[in-house]
Design a protein around this ligand. Sequence first.
Ligand code: FES
Ligand code: FES
Length: 211
Amino acid sequence: MITIALTVNGEPTEVAFAPYKTLLEVLREDLNLCGTKHGCELGECGACAVLLDDQPVLSCLVLGVDCGDRAVTTVEGLATDGRLHPLQETFADLGAAQCGYCTPGFLVTAKALLDEHPRPTRDQIREALSGNLCRCTGYQQIFEAVEAAIVSDADARLKPSRYEERNDRSAKASAERQVVIHERSAKASAERQIAIEGRSAKASAERQDRS
Ligand code: FES
Ligand code: FES
């Protein structure tokens, strides 16, 4: 076994593994990060793509021992503060992820492209993603999702994310439930009080009658 220190999705990490393992195997088997997919393991499909020091690499072709003191970003690291990366939202919205097996590789590769070229042309997108294979979508939706993420990114500061909208809706529903519960409980308590007072007045009148 060998132990290395590296940064994974922004977290300083130490990991011990058999020295023959690829980065793909270390991520999936020793760090439990299974978002990165096993595909061909020959460098031909792109399913295993991750970012190594912000550059896309095929993790099936990189040895784990060569990743000491380096920064690895996997699909698990794309969301920040509970907010999906714009690419994750547009891939979901535009049908760019179908069976989803190729999606982590496309997402990290597209992220590297947008980080380097914030407004790429369709040809630049096609070129950047040419090493990633997809058997489901026909690629059109994937290219469109990357283009939509360019717009989403520009708008991100202006509109709340779907995550925040969901949180707002859920906080509102919870507040409404609390009001209903509070009203019901206050009503039940008032009714109990009236019943107690009624019973007590009746008992007192009966005692008066007897004496
Ligand atoms: S699994 Fe790495 S390129 Fe296919
Ligand atoms: S969505 Fe199925 S392989 Fe790409």
